[in-house]
Design a protein around this ligand. Structure first.
Ligand code: ATP
Length: 357
């Protein structure tokens, strides 16, 4: 197990700064995801850590040693690509043995290590299969075994599930997470899929235009996003604009139209600040009567409803602004029609204030 420290890491392609002054420490044994939209610099960051891309400035330290100038094979890193990258003319055994043969291991060591790697990825007995005889999930397991057999200190995974269909992706994400926690290997995982990042990671760095917008545990990123970009990128959110009218002990009184709400805020907001309240749709309720006590809300009207199978999505007008409510499709789900007057409510502790910019 090893730690990885990125220090002011920057990569410029001509005038484009693909990665711009990124600093973060990834702890030993951690499952750390780089998450963000296409083009935000995730893969470039990973490729610099692996040594496939030169660093423009800054440093990459593995266990405190600067490896920025070392070639990939001298870094002790395993890299799994999105398109499996297993050799089609070799069977499973030979694919996994390939890296060991390069390193001149004896035949008996190779047999022992390949057998152990196959067991790790649940592929024992499939040694003689060719690529064309395997499902996408099996091929990705072989790709992982091929990397794990070399006993890397760090595992880098670049969108390893993106070529798989949805059901297999769901299954594989739990499988990879279990494998990683059993092995305890420090893992950096690149994805644009927030569901994958939230499910698998110990911590997530959300990237935007070459920089890190926020680093945190999944719950922190989802429930206390550090800015509007993160709030909108991770999950769906309603953003209510208003003004903070009082602050005490980190709790704010927040005025939206004629309604007075209460919420916690990110640091730095003060009385008189224009702000945005972030609400997650699954925390919003539609009711016949007004909620009080620990609840925010007030009168609202229904703009539309959409049947989504497991959930019903209702768009509400609250003080001239839109709130999305997503209710589980249960027998007690609210039955409402467009134009209907209702009350909307959400817990004060599911209300989070951000600056407007
Ligand atoms: P995706 O999810 O689409 O792979 P990403 O977040 O991994 O996106 P990168 O591939 O790291 O993003 O690219 C970041 C930026 O750097 C983009 O603007 C991209 O066009 C640019 N870029 C990446 N590689 C090169 C290259 N070899 N030459 C020029 N520009 C590049």
């Amino acid at each position: 197990m090893s730690s990885v420290s990125l220090k002011n890491l920057t990569k410029a392609f001509g005038p484009v700064k693909a990665v711009d002054d990124v600093s973060v420490v990834i702890e030993e044994g951690e499952f750390f995801s780089l998450l963000g939209p296409s083009g935000c610099g995730k893969s470039t960051t990973l490729r610099m850590i692996a040594g496939f891309e030169e660093v423009t400035s800054g440093a990459i330290e593995l266990d405190g040693q600067d490896v920025s100038g070392l070639p990939p094979e001298a870094r002790g890193i395993g890299f799994v690509f999105q398109n499996y990258a297993i050799f089609p003319h070799m069977n499973v055994f030979e694919n996994i043995a390939f890296g060991l043969r390069l390193r001149k291991f004896s035949e008996s060591d190779i047999r022992t290590k390949v057998a152990a790697a196959l067991e790790q990825v649940g592929m024992t007995g499939l040694e003689t299969r060719m690529q064309s005889e395997m499902s996408g999930g099996q091929q990705q397991r072989v790709a992982l075994a091929r990397v794990l057999v070399t006993e890397p200190k760090i595992l880098l995974l670049d969108e390893p599930l993106s070529a798989l269909d949805k059901n297999l992706r769901e299954e594989m994400k739990y499988w990879i997470k279990d494998l990683q926690s059993n092995l305890g290997i420090t893992t950096i995982y690149v994805t644009h899929d927030q569901g994958e990042a939230l499910t698998m990671s110990d911590r997530i760095a959300v990237m935007n235009e070459g920089t890190i917008a926020q680093v945190g545990e999944p719950r922190e990123i989802y429930e206390h996003p550090g800015g509007i970009f993160v709030a909108e990128f991770i999950g769906e959110s309603s953003l209510l604009k208003g003004k903070i009218s009082a602050v005490s002990d980190g709790h704010c009184r927040f005025e939206v139209g004629g309604q007075i709400l209460e919420a916690e805020s990110q640091p730095g907001l003060s009385s008189g600040s224009e702000a945005v309240m972030v609400l997650r749709p699954e925390r919003v309720l539609i009711a016949d009567t007004e909620h009080s006590g620990d609840w925010n809300g007030g009168p609202a009207s229904v703009k539309s409803t959409t049947y989504q199978g497991p959930t019903i999505r209702t768009l509400l007008d609250f003080e001239g602004q839109e709130i999305v409510c997503e209710s589980a499709n249960r027998h007690d789900a609210p039955q409402v029609e467009p134009g209907q007057k209702v009350f909307v409510a959400w817990p004060k502790d599911a209300s989070w204030l951000l600056t407007q910019d």
